[in-house]
Design a protein around this ligand. Sequence first.
Ligand code: CUA
Length: 426
Amino acid sequence: MNNNRNRSPSISPAAVVVAAIFLLVSVIGINWFTSFVPVVLPPQASAESKSVDELFYVLVIIGGIVFFLIQGMLLISVIFFRAKNGDQSDGPTYHGNALLEIVWTIIPAGVVVFLAVLSFNVWMQNTEPKAAVNMVDGAEVKINVNGARYAWTHTYQTGQIDPKGAQIVINSGNKLHTYIGQNIELELRTQDVIHSYWAPAMRVKQDLLPGNPATGGRPTEIRFTPVRVEDETYPASYPIVCAELCGDGHGRMTGEVIVYEDESQFLQQFYEPAIYAILNPPADPVLRGEILIQEYICNSCHTLDSLGWTSSTGPSLNGIADRAGERVPGQSAEEYIVLSVWNSQAFVVPGYTEQMAAFGPDQTDANAMSAEQLYAIAAYLCTQGEQSDCDIENQTVAIPAAIETAFGLEVDITFGQGDEAETDSS
Ligand code: CUA
């Protein structure tokens, strides 16, 4: 053994040949492997997708070469340099090889620096603020995204004013509407825990970070520009998912990016009808409530057969009007319902936990709800039951009275035009 200890290892020509063969096999293998990558990845639906995918290919190729090379050398060693039968002796001991050590330090260091610079470049490029974002009809529109367990809400601060002087805000629920070529800039806020807004086809993913609500939370941003995808029919839909485990409803926290072919299709099929609906709400509060309740994120936690909701994080709303009057002694059905919407802590149904998102007049987030909207939603919920506990005949009196009792707020029941616009969250 002693004579081995001071032996200086030499790199035999055979080893160099074997290494070269493995490098070649690795390169061929990785090329073959990456030919499957386009099948695995979603369509490149944003201007940012290309650079992200190129970075991904580079990472897969370099990682693949390293993987095949090391595994190959390992396999070769195991097969060709294994101990002979009956040989119980130790192998030779080597002490250092300055050249080898320098080489295997410099090459990986170079690769890591190269990847860092490349990644940083792609990151800077794709997150850089752009001019003329969210352009609609020649003007910038602010788009806010609110994340709450377990739903996304998108709101468009249109900048247009309704007849009562309030800004018209479109609430498009879990859908982001955009068009090819529109520079999208989203401001993301969470109401509770960390969520992550991920639109794989757009190659964007961004965490939503909780912060002090009194100072408006801690907004983060996402920027991307939808591009045309070959053979796609427009409007096209691409998924949005939550990529941060946020609770038992995490898997349901989904949405859609709807991409229109151009701005005029966007205006005709989404924007203008949405504004028209806000300016011309149905006179019947029950019908208004039915529309409104679907703009909020109630469906992400509740079951309600009339609207096809099937979630079970919160109690079912089927037949809610039949139970509302008996839940809390001394509380009318109307009071119970308005309290449950604005102050869900007031009564938590046994078997459930208090985790409902906050709705109310003073919220600065996407779940802001005016007293008039609460009135309409309560009127709708009062119809959900066989023998409603609500005073349906006198809803124009009973519900506003309940809101006044519960929150000390007066409801303007004569509102008609433009009142749904009071979701203004600015
Ligand atoms: Cu939100 Cu997971």
